[in-house]
Write a protein that binds this ligand. Structure first.
Ligand code: 5GP
Length: 201
């Protein structure tokens, strides 16, 4: 018989507005072996959000203190605010045998891969830059100057897509969710992630 060596982190990265959060949350909701990682951030809370559900909202000082204490598996300044994944989010999930889904930016992805080489990295791309712009505006979560920063950052991030294990184009949401779930399920069967157990043959 064979079994998994251990659960693994799954990074869903890509530019802001590509649909990472929707995809990562939908995948986690449909697969009981997935756990969505809740990040800390110093950015202001939005009306639609809840502390502890979407993010844990912490002050800038508190965030910097937590960086010094080494509490983050990765952290980055994204569009001017701090964002980070607490080590506990990854390690508690993995200890329970759950694959942990991280919705993070490209800087964070590199750090997670360095700390957890077994990480599966998936990059989400929008069908085009004009669709990305339209999505960011329709979201109505950011003022104009922030939308512009996000679009500029998106161009640079998109150039790095071939550094990832998989690329999913988020054109039709349902197809993209299925693609992400298929990738994860295939990855669980990868020989390198499995080991033989006693009494096998
Ligand atoms: P938003 O403010 O729109 O929720 O997120 C802005 C960006 O920050 C998104 O690209 C999101 O994926 C990224 N982000 C969210 N949480 C984290 C995190 O813990 N670490 C890193 N590096 N990026 C994050």
């Amino acid at each position: 018989m064979v079994e998994m060596k251990s659960a693994f982190p799954i990074v869903i990265a890509g530019p802001s507005g590509a649909g990472k959060t929707t995809l990562a949350r939908a995948a986690a909701a449909r697969d009981p072996r997935l756990r969505f990682s809740i990040s800390d951030t110093s950015r202001p809370i939005r009306e639609s959000e809840a502390d502890g559900r979407d993010y844990r909202f912490v002050g800038e000082r508190e965030f910097e203190e937590r960086i010094r204490e080494g509490r983050y598996a990765e952290w980055a300044k994204v569009h001017g605010d701090y964002y980070g994944t607490p080590r506990s989010e990854i390690e508690e999930g993995i200890a329970r045998g759950e694959d942990v889904v991280l919705d993070i930016d490209v800087q964070g992805c590199e750090q997670v891969r360095a700390g957890y080489p077994e990480t599966l990295a998936v990059f989400i791309v929008p069908p085009s830059l004009s669709v990305l712009e339209k999505r960011l505006r329709e979201r109505r979560t950011e003022p104009e100057e922030r939308i512009r920063t996000r679009l500029e950052n998106a161009r640079a991030e998109l150039e790095r897509k071939f550094e990832y294990d998989f690329i999913v184009v988020n054109d039709r949401l349902e197809d993209a969710i299925e693609a992400v779930l298929s990738i994860i399920r295939a990855e669980r069967c990868r020989a390198a992630r499995l080991r033989e157990t006693a009494g096998a043959r």
